[in-house]
Design a protein around this ligand. Structure first.
Ligand SMILES: *Cc1c(COP(=O)(O)O)cnc(C)c1O
Length: 497
């Protein structure tokens, strides 16, 4: 299996190369040259396997340059009960009316990013051994909150790597900030940026494409790589849990093999929902892919009209991990929808860069409306959904998952579609304690974050996850912040030390 770039279809590189590089030289994203299929027997067979073996089976179709031993090492180092608080790794909770909540937050940072970032360091160091033997890998991350912490946990103290994380100063929740600024490990750096998430992401992209920085680092035997969701090593692990959840539902007798399901994903950078699309291409029977957004509804408009326009107000919402106006992974979907037409992709994304806008052709619009449904909801609706689900089913949703549930309810009311539905749950509610507390409890909130979550625990008879409780007693290590144009300097300083 080789990989192309969305902006250069004639490129032909190995998965190790794609994972080490993260982003292709001309600015495109790496995509597999074809999507491997899973047979009925393979999907049914997965039902009897543990999660790491399911991951092995999916990876072995994409990472064909890894040896079986290497792959085994990667999946077993990542998906075990030391790193996850559940043997199943991803849990499925059944709600009423054919809804299945796919809980992707049983990892060390209580958000779905762990599903990919627990394994990425192993995929990356294995790839680096093949591609750039002896080089030190420096990971740069722009984060809207969850990626940063998950990447720090994944890479901390991994030999041959270091990691530098940038987050928008006012764009993450207090708990997310606390989780990052108390990070331990000797190869880590965390830095706030005066700006929003897109500023952070653009800053990191600029560092990656700056030859001067590349040369300076290369002189010190350092190679930059990305842990952002544009990296193929982030996406491949996300395909696994969609395949796995389908196999599990069949095994549990919840669905018949071949029965279609809807998949609802609270979406920001379009990585998670793109993985669901890949699972569909691999043979998982999917009816609609439902893309749920908050007030930053650029994707809702895009899927409904074919016009992507980032020239709009940016909202800071109660679901901050979805406060994004440029959804990078959409580029991969469009590459597939255009029949791998790299010149169209270049045209559209140059237009996005220059004017903040592009419009896709009729062919793509048709596929978008056939395969996707898109909707969004406000913060008030998000909180109302948290309250409703808690009151009616005693299940506590986080703010991001609540956006997904609300958009799904709207979809169902509008279409009457009663297809069984998997809803990706992307964070534990305690990560966004204030909004969740407000939703179920209302009234005055204690200032202290830990007092707040203790009260939420009492009010809802649920449990604060151990990794979040543990941050209480940790010292803050990182207090620095920079202007957007100072990000390159911050990276060079950190890597010098
Ligand atoms: C990252 C994140 C999302 C958005 O996922 P994308 O892959 O960027 O679309 C949604 N919810 C939570 C909690 C997240 O951390």
């Amino acid at each position: 299996m080789n990989y192309r770039s969305t902006r250069n279809s004639s490129l032909n590189v190995s998965s190790a190369h794609a994972i080490v590089k993260g982003l292709s030289d001309e600015g495109g994203l790496f995509v597999p040259e074809s999507i491997p299929a899973l047979t009925k027997e393979e999907i049914l067979g997965l039902g009897d396997k543990k999660y790491s073996d399911r991951a092995y089976d999916v990876f072995s179709k994409y990472l064909t340059d890894f040896t079986p031993e290497e792959l085994k090492h990667c999946v077993e180092s990542a998906y075990n009960s030391k790193n996850f608080d559940s043997d199943n790794i991803a849990e499925i909770t059944k709600l009423k009316n054919g809804r299945y909540i796919l809980e992707l937050w049983h990892g060390p940072t209580c958000a779905f990013k762990d599903m990919a970032l627990q394994i990425l360091p192993y995929l990356l160091t294995t790839s680096a051994k093949k591609e750039v033997k002896g080089k030190q890998i420096a990971i740069l991350v722009a984060t809207s909150g969850d990626t940063g912490k998950a990447a720090l946990e994944g890479f901390k103290d991994v030999d041959g790597t270091s990691i530098c994380v940038f987050y928008p100063e006012d764009g993450v929740s207090p708990m997310q900030k606390r989780q990052m600024t108390t990070q331990d490990g000797k190869n880590v750096n965390v830095c706030a940026v005066k700006g929003n998430f897109d500023d952070c992401q653009n800053g990191v992209k600029a560092i990656f494409t700056d030859k001067d920085t590349e040369n300076k680092l290369s002189d010190n035997n350092i190679l930059l790589s990305s842990a952002n969701s544009i990296n193929w090593g982030r996406l491949a692990p996300q395909i696994v849990y969609y395949v796995s959840s389908y196999a599990q539902l069949v095994k549990d007798g919840q669905i018949e093999y071949g029965e279609k399901v809807n998949i609802v994903v609270p979406t920001g950078n379009f990585g998670n929902i793109l993985a669901a699309y890949y699972a569909k291409l691999m043979g998982i029977p999917v009816n609609k892919l439902i893309c749920a957004s908050n007030s930053n509804n650029v994707l809702t408009d895009f899927i409904n009209t074919g016009v992507y326009d980032r020239n709009r107000k940016f909202y800071t919402t109660v679901s901050p991990s979805m406060d994004i106006l440029i959804s990078s992974n959409l580029e991969r979907l469009l590459y597939h929808f255009t029949g791998e037409n790299d010149s169209l992709i270049n045209e559209w994304f140059t237009s996005l860069k220059n004017s903040g806008r592009y419009e896709v052709d009729e062919n793509v619009k048709k596929q978008l409306s056939e395969q996707f449904y898109a909707g969004f909801c406000s913060d008030d609706e998000t909180k109302a959904q948290i309250r409703k689900t808690f009151e009616e089913e005693h299940y506590l949703l986080d703010t991001h998952t609540a956006v997904a549930v609300k958009v799904y309810e709207d979809y169902r009311a509008k279409t009457g579609d009663a297809t069984k539905t998997i809803i990706a749950s992307t964070a534990n509610p305690y990560k966004f304690g204030r909004a969740v507390f407000d939703a179920v409890n209302g009234g005055e909130q204690p200032e202290d974050e830990f007092e707040l979550i203790a009260r939420l625990e009492k009010a809802t008879d649920t449990k604060i996850p151990a990794p979040l409780a543990a941050t209480k007693d940790k010292a803050v290590r990182f207090t620095g912040y920079v202007e957007k144009q100072e990000m390159t300097g911050a990276v060079l300083d950190f890597l010098k030390s």
